[in-house]
Design a binder for this molecule. Structure first.
Ligand code: FPP
Length: 244
């Protein structure tokens, strides 16, 4: 039996997270353990991502945000970068074919300018054509950095003539605009750091770290992460029920 509390009352910490963010880490080690090239790990990671998106949609999670390529990942060997680019291209082409079946809104967070023109075109076409779907949203972070996002937000805010500032106004300049912040940030792969991911948005996210490598992070692992989240007491700076 799944450990998830699916029918929890809105407002309780036991409810399903509306927004899950994932740092898809461990592809390289997954491949190495099997004597395979790193590209095979990324390919398995892309499969894991597709399954995760479907599972989150099935559970009723409204937003899934994944870290697919950071502003720092350009430092990797050229053939590894090219491999990830071709996986992205393959995913986007398939997503365009499956749009009507999957009914998921796809957004890309990050500056697309350095990508090949065809990859940029596919990203834009996916975003445009899927924007009609409002049930579930998948955000793919590409050439993304959390600090870079904040600096760009500040530049855009200044270019808009510095409208009166509040957290909500500034948040609207982030890549996701005013979508709800992640409730749960999952990092598989054994590392326990945020790696410049969603620095603004994760102010109150619950963190879940797992030693399982991303290609092996299946439905059972998602259930465990969500069950752990449901056990947390979210306080948002308040004293919480235990102290009352
Ligand atoms: C981190 O693992 C993973 C990446 C930098 C790339 C993630 C890319 C994908 C999952 C494929 C493309 C994505 C989509 C959305 C189709 P790592 O290589 O740092 O692993 P390691 O720590 O074991 O070396």
């Amino acid at each position: 039996m799944s450990p998830l509390k699916r029918n929890a009352v809105a407002g309780e910490s036991s409810k399903l997270p509306r927004h899950i963010a994932v740092i898809m880490d461990g592809n390289g080690r997954w491949a190495k353990r099997r004597g395979l090239p790193r590209s095979a790990g990324h390919s398995a990671g892309a499969d894991s991502f597709r399954k995760a998106a479907r599972y989150c949609q099935k559970l009723g999670v409204e937003y899934l945000t994944v870290y697919a390529f950071s502003t720092e990942n350009w430092k990797r060997p050229a053939d590894e970068v090219a491999g990830i680019m071709s996986l992205l291209e393959k995913y986007l082409r398939q997503a365009l074919r499956d749009l009507e079946k999957e009914k998921v809104r796809i957004c890309i967070f990050g500056d697309l300018a350095p990508f090949a023109p065809e990859l940029q075109r596919l990203c834009r076409e996916c975003m445009d054509r899927s924007s009609v779907y409002t049930g579930a949203q998948v955000n793919i972070c590409l050439n993304y950095g959390g600090r870079d996002e904040i600096v760009r937000a500040a530049r855009r805010w200044a270019a808009d003539g510095c409208p009166e500032l509040s957290e909500q106004v500034f948040g609207s300049y982030m890549w996701g605009g005013n979508i709800p912040d992640p409730d749960l940030l999952i990092r598989p792969g054994g590392e326990k750091r945020i790696s410049n991911f969603l620095l603004w948005e994760c102010a109150y996210a619950e963190f879940y770290f797992s030693d399982v490598l991303w290609p092996d992070f299946d439905e059972k692992e998602f259930d465990k992460a969500i069950a752990a989240y449901q056990e947390r007491q979210r306080r948002f700076g308040d004293i919480g029920d235990n102290e009352a």
